[in-house]
Design a protein around this ligand. Sequence first.
Ligand code: FES
Length: 82
Amino acid sequence: MNGATVRITLNGRPFEVEEGCSVAAAVARLGVPFRHSVRGEPRMPLCGMGVCFECRVCIDGVAGQRACMVPVRAGMQVTTDG
Ligand code: FES
């Protein structure tokens, strides 16, 4: 990491996040909750390597993306409970 940042939109709010990090890392560092289960229980990344699907987010309108597998990009729109 070189300290550079990119701007993303997370749950409708703009944030500067570290360039090159995963969406999961960016969301966690910002302290934004991840999704909730169908019973309303809070969920969060577990494996960090694309296996558990606990980190699912909506990225640029595509639901069910594994946040731990996707690096942040400038202009990315992320929704954690969508
Ligand atoms: S944390 Fe397990 S798939 Fe992302």
